[in-house]
Design a protein. Structure first.
Length: 330
């Protein structure tokens, strides 16, 4: 019996040697300062617009602007629902006298990760995992790999464990780089700042009965956990595509098209209820913590977790079934 540890170690070494992980880190190191600068400019523009750094003035103006826009007949009903929910959330934070976006490194990290879970982080995961199996075909090592005295399921299991390890690394690296880089501008405080979660949105009504405050460090851990799960499902599905398609470029193209289509669907198909069963529409798990209006009626955190889990399990089943029967001669 061959231990799984040497196989996982070998896969990790191969992945590091391809330098794709380094590319991901360089992209993060380049993108995060851009968003940090953009956030700083937003703060400066708000100061010019409101003439004060008091966050309450910004929230009150937001409530006024959104409320006025609700009377427009040209605004789609979906946008009106979104703005009605946002008005109630903004008023809630005003009543509790808590700034939902206080400028500090932890808040920036929380907001960046929340916005990156829908597309940016999944793309980073896809770049790393896209050629775990298909790359073996392009280099010709698939025959050597599958003719070794090792059970095929162990070979694929080692690749799956590698995906889990590197997905975890990408999520943690994203959070760490966000905090370290943004902290230079906004400061490294904010860990104990209260953040409210537990909002339940039904239509345009927001239920505040289950809302409670937690320290921002705990909220960030919960958020990173949800981001990790979404990224893991993307990694597992990318591995499946890598098993099914021998061309790495074709596999990356398929996943890229699927992820981008998910972003478009989430913004355009609120009336198509069947679309809520697509995994890419359910990737933004962090939205449920903030009380954001779900993209499609009937979606909730348990629902999205269930949908993602089913897609992940089916992908694992297909991957192992196809890989254990793969013909390496053709």
């Amino acid at each position: 019996m061959v231990s799984i540890y040497p196989l996982v170690k070998n896969e990790c070494i191969k992945l590091v040697m391809k330098k794709r992980l380094l590319v991901v880190l360089l992209i993060l190191a380049a993108i995060i300062p851009m968003f940090t600068y953009a956030q700083m400019k937003v703060a400066q523009n708000n100061l010019k617009q409101f003439g004060t750094t008091d966050w309450r003035a910004e929230q009150r103006q937001k409530i006024v602007d959104y409320t006025r826009s609700l009377g427009s007949s040209r605004m789609p009903e979906e946008w009106k629902q979104f703005r009605k929910v946002e008005v109630k959330l903004a008023q809630y934070y005003l009543d509790k006298d808590v700034n939902p976006s206080a400028p500090n490194g932890v808040t920036f990290t929380r907001e960046f990760v929340k916005n990156a879970v829908g597309l940016f982080i999944p793309l980073m995961v896809m770049v790393v995992a896209a050629d775990l199996v298909s790359g073996e075909h392009s280099t010709g090592t698939i025959k050597l790999l599958l003719t070794r005295p090792v059970q095929r399921w162990k070979v694929l299991l080692s690749k799956l464990i590698t995906v889990i390890l590197f997905v975890s690394f990408i999520v943690l690296a994203t959070g760490a780089l966000c905090y370290l880089i943004s902290g230079i501008v906004f400061g490294y405080g904010g860990w104990d700042m209260p953040v409210f979660f537990g909002f339940q949105v039904t239509g345009t009504e927001v239920n505040f009965a289950s809302v409670r405050p937690v320290s921002q460090w705990l909220y960030l851990i919960m958020e990173l956990g949800l981001v990790w799960y979404s990224a893991l499902i993307v990694g597992i599905m990318t591995l499946m595509i890598s098993v099914l398609v021998r061309s790495t470029a074709a596999g990356m193209g398929i996943m890229l098209a699927v992820l981008i289509s998910g972003t478009i669907l989430a913004n355009m198909v609120s009336s198509w209820e069947t679309a809520k069963y697509f995994f890419m529409v359910n990737l933004r798990l962090t939205d449920y913590l903030t009380g954001a209006l779900p993209p499609i009626k009937g979606m909730s955190l348990p629902f999205s977790l269930t949908v993602l889990t089913v897609w992940g399990l089916v992908s694992v089943l297909i991957s192992f079934t196809v890989f254990t029967k793969k013909d390496v001669l053709n």
